[in-house]
Ligand binder design. Structure first.
Ligand SMILES: *Cc1c(COP(=O)(O)O)cnc(C)c1O
Length: 434
């Protein structure tokens, strides 16, 4: 499979380059040159496949010219080794729980698969790849655990001191092995600046093979198509099925549209956002207007300029009509989100996280004008315990953490404390003391 940049469709690169570089030079985003329909033999029998097997079949469909079956099998079974169950709340509402991975968010799918694919492409290279990641909390946890113990790669994570939650801090600092963590006395923007400056630094690029685990990497997007098929397998296909996706950068929804092209048999998608509503506004008015981001309780969706919008435009051939025929958009404020969390708990005894709750709001809005045979599957993107303060505010409830994260609180935290000065960060990297 080759890939083109959304900014220059005539120039192709191979998968290895797209995965190791993340960004095309022309500032577009990489897209697969072809997205063919999966074989009917697979689609008809999908109920017989496990999630690892679905991951493998889709990977083979896309990458068979580049990576052998045996290697793809090993990549998929290592990366996609946790379930994605569909939980029915009633006849018309399902929750697709994507939080059963190690960092308790759907980002585990993308981060773990990207780590395996990068490691595969680096095999035989003498020099280790050093990945630098700045995180405001969530992405760092998925990336750190995704790369843990992956050969040929070490990771340096920068996070802002006192600005991540206690659970997030544990997830970033207790892994050890090839994961190194710097607590920066500054903001997330300071962390990001240190990383960006490091990439431009001559001495560092001489000494290290530096890489990034950017969220727009195509290797993070592709594995997000897997769970749409895993969900499909669990749905009643005699109904009109829709997926509702709580969205920020729109990677998740873009993966859904790619899955649709590969033969995902659903009637459409619903884009749900908080007040950062650029895409729902676009669907309504036809005008795409990015904004400064607004801070909300569903903060992983606080994005004023969604990076994957160009990929969506590309998939719909820049045609607003096509866009509107497969996608509906809704947005909601924080007080509605808190009310919805309460309502879901009271009616279904279901504890949703604030991102999922935005999805449920959109689904209910859509159901108001739909037939009774419509069923909506909401992507529940994070475990509610990751947002326990919001859950407490909405429900007055302390929720338990799964055992696998509880045990992080018994482990020693290890990190280097650094000021926000680039010289000090550079010294830290060059001293190679990690
Ligand atoms: C990242 C994230 C989102 C937004 O996903 P996009 O692919 O950027 O649209 C939603 N919910 C949670 C919990 C997230 O971590």
């Amino acid at each position: 499979m080759n890939l083109y940049s959304t900014n220059s469709k005539s120039q192709y690169v191979g998968l290895k380059k797209a995965v190791l570089n993340s960004y095309p030079k022309d500032k577009g985003l990489y897209m697969p040159s072809r997205i063919d329909r999966l074989p009917d033999s697979f689609l008809k029998k999908i109920k017989e496949y496990s999630i690892e097997q679905i991951a493998f079949e889709l990977s083979r469909h896309l990458f068979k010219e580049v990576i052998s079956d045996q290697d793809l099998e090993s990549i998929c079974s290592t990366a996609i080794n946790f379930p994605a169950p569909v939980v029915a709340l009633n006849d018309q509402l399902n929750s697709l729980e994507l939080f059963h991975g190690p960092s308790l968010a759907f980002k585990d799918f993308g981060a773990r698969y990207m780590a395996q694919l990068m490691s595969y492409f680096l095999k035989g290279d003498k020099q280790e790849l050093t990945i630098l990641v700045a995180t405001s909390g969530d992405t760092g946890g998925a990336v750190a655990s995704g790369f843990l113990g992956v050969p040929g790669i070490r990771v340096v994570i920068l996070y802002p001191k006192d600005r991540v939650s206690p659970l997030q801090e544990r997830q970033l600092t207790t892994l050890g092995q090839n994961i190194h963590t710097c607590q920066i006395d500054g903001s997330f923007d300071d962390c990001q600046r240190l990383v960006k400056t490091a990439f431009l630094d001559f001495d560092l690029s001489q000494k290290f093979n530096l890489g990034s685990a950017n969220s727009i990497n195509i290797a993070r997007l592709i594995p997000q198509t897997f769970y749409y098929f895993e969900a499909l397998k669990q749905l009643d296909l005699s109904k009109k099925n829709y997926f509702c996706v709580p969205s920020g950068n729109f990677g998740n929804l873009t993966a859904g549209v790619i899955a649709h092209k590969m033969g995902l048999n659903v009637d459409g998608f619903i884009a749900a956002t908080n007040l950062n509503n650029v895409v729902p506004e676009f669907l309504k008015s036809g005008k795409y207007q990015t904004k400064e981001s607004i801070s909300t309780i569903s903060n992983a969706m606080d994005v004023g300029a969604p990076s994957n919008f160009v990929r969506l435009m590309d998939l719909f051939d820049g045609d607003l009509k096509k866009f509107r025929s497969s996608m509906h958009g809704y947005y909601f404020d924080d007080s509605s989100t808190l009310e919805e969390m309460k309502d879901l708990y009271q009616r279904f005894n279901y504890v949703a996280d604030p991102h999922g709750a935005v999805g449920f709001l959109a689904a209910k809005e859509f159901l108001k004008k739909s037939d009774s045979d419509t069923c909506i599957t909401i992507l529940e993107t994070a475990h509610p315990c990751k947002f326990d303060d919001v859950v407490f505010k909405a429900l007055g409830l302390e929720i338990d953490m799964p055992d696998r994260v509880k045990s992080l609180f018994e482990k020693e935290m290890e990190f280097s404390s650094l000021p926000k000065s680039f010289e000090k960060f550079k010294e830290y990297l060059l001293s190679n003391s990690f």
